[in-house]
Design a protein around this ligand. Structure first.
Ligand SMILES: Nc1nc2c(ncn2[C@@H]2O[C@H](COP(=O)(O)OP(=O)(O)OP(=O)(O)O)[C@@H](O)[C@H]2O)c(=O)[nH]1
Length: 455
């Protein structure tokens, strides 16, 4: 059966409102306006009792924002005089899209709606007197909320279908991008980690000062990208187990045991890294080349998979103490480069800036070309100071490196950078907006600078 579309649902809703007597709607509006804080509090306190919901709502920021936005939603839903019906329908659609973006299960939203209705019925029964019928008012409230929910769920399923398709495409893409380069880069990252370990054992340094394998360049790439790309591959379980054993058993043994035990641990670590390399090679061999998702001029990621990457990093951050930063990078006065030296020179500059961004980042980070002369870096496993330092170093690297606009023309180029940390809020668009605002500030305050904006 085909689902009703948004317009059909909106027409049904409008008919429902039209057949509800205005005095009844007004009385409900007055009730909601005076008690909406009680309804919102009840909604969230019941949701917090649900272990699944509390995963989404445990963050203070979420509560500080969601509670007022629930009150605004209630107010918009039941306002009579100022109701702009189209805006009301659009609002339900927007809420459904946000739910899909943060991947909140539909059943939770429906159970929240049930709680709300229950709270409304109780208040209606306690305060509505003849000629207002509490029964009729409850039916109106129930149908009205159901219509809102239906439009929300419709938008939710359209958006989450789209998300699922992009997610699948991304898996294929990340599985196969620049496979040769990636194999070499990660192979040498793993071997460098092992060499550093061997060296510190040889010179009798304390090995606990070295990063664990999971936190090394290789580990970051593996957990942030490879695990996702190769999810379901049998090798992934074994590689993850090997990394876990290296970090939690053998590195400990190396730091605290007798010489014989240490030698055994060292040999186990060597075996584990060889196994990891071999398994990785097997997985990579199965991958083939697929280029969609990459910007043809700079070879950076284009925005096609941005939503998948951000949703995934938000999910990883939810289960870890580590966080990620968003850096919006924009070339200053780029139009005048095109105007003064020609479009090809502009393209050359874009490629050189992209290459600096690419080589300045680690294996687990992401660099997107957002369009024109704007880039977005997702810096994983970092904090506010680390991301500010990174952004500042990046700004200086660009400013110091003369750019080849044409065969015999070197020019100076600068960038402005807006930085923000993911603050735990599950909808990534908020963090993107903050990064944009920070970039705007950097431009307004003179360009060639970094502005950090926290949530
Ligand atoms: N060469 C080249 N130019 C591009 C490309 N994409 C966008 N542009 C140009 O980039 C310019 C961006 O100009 P603006 O948005 O005014 O920004 P700006 O000159 O960098 O100024 P500020 O950002 O305010 O410092 C426009 O002229 C676009 O036509 C591209 O792929 N190649």
């Amino acid at each position: 059966m085909r689902h009703k579309d948004k317009d059909q649902l909106a027409a049904e809703w409008q008919a429902l409102l039209e057949r509800t007597p205005k005095p009844m709607r007004q009385a409900v509006e007055t009730l909601v306006e005076s008690q909406c804080h009680i309804f919102a509090d009840r909604f969230y306190s019941v949701m917090m009792e649900d272990p699944h919901a509390s995963l989404f709502l445990s963050n203070d920021q979420v509560q500080q924002r969601l509670n007022p936005s629930m009150r605004r939603w209630l107010s918009a839903m039941f306002s009579v005089e100022h109701a702009d019906f189209e805006a009301l329908v659009d609002l339900q659609e927007k809420v459904g899209q946000v739910h899909a973006r943060i991947d909140i299960p539909v059943n939770l939203v429906l159970s929240g709606a049930r709680q709300l209705k229950q709270a409304l019925y109780e208040q209606i029964n306690a305060s509505f007197k003849s000629p207002l019928s509490p029964g009729d008012a409850s039916v109106y409230v129930s149908d009205h909320i159901d219509m809102g929910m239906e439009i929300m769920s419709h938008a939710y399923s359209v958006a989450s279908d789209r998300n699922a398709r992009t997610e699948e495409a991304y898996k294929l893409f990340s599985l196969t991008q620049n496979i040769g380069d990636e194999r070499e880069r990660q192979r040498s990252a793993l071997l460098s980690w092992e060499n550093a370990l061997m060296f510190s054992v040889a010179v009798q340094q304390n090995v606990s000062q070295l990063p664990k394998l999971a936190n090394s360049e290789f580990g970051l790439w593996y957990f942030h990208k490879a695990c996702h790309a190769f999810e379901g591959a049998p090798e992934i379980i074994t590689i993850s187990r090997n990394i876990h054993q290296v970090d939690n058993e053998w590195l400990d043994a190396l730091a605290h045991s007798t010489t014989t035990e240490s030698m055994k641990a060292l040999s186990n670590i060597r075996d584990a890294t060889r196994t990891i390399l071999m398994l990785l090679e097997d997985v990579l061999k199965r991958a083939s080349s697929l280029e969609a998702g990459r910007d043809s001029l700079t070879r950076l990621l284009n925005r096609k998979f941005l939503s998948v990457v951000l949703s995934r990093e938000i999910e990883l951050a939810r289960h870890s103490e580590k966080c990620f930063a968003l850096l919006m990078v924009d070339i200053d006065h780029f139009k005048s480069i095109n105007d003064n030296y020609g479009h090809d020179a502009g393209d050359n500059v874009l490629q050189q800036v992209a290459s600096i961004l690419d080589r300045s980042t680690r294996g687990g980070d992401y660099v997107f070309r957002m369009g024109g002369e704007e880039f977005l870096i997702i810096l994983v496993d970092t904090d506010q100071d680390g991301s500010r330092l990174f952004a500042e170093r990046l700004r200086q690297t660009v400013a110091k490196e003369p750019m080849l606009a044409a065969a015999d023309t070197l020019i100076k180029v600068t960038v402005s950078v807006g930085v923000t940390m993911h603050d735990g809020y599950p909808d990534y668009q908020r963090s993107m907006q903050r990064a944009d605002q920070a970039l705007y500030q950097a431009k307004r305050s003179g360009r060639d600078r970094v502005v950090v904006q926290m949530g």
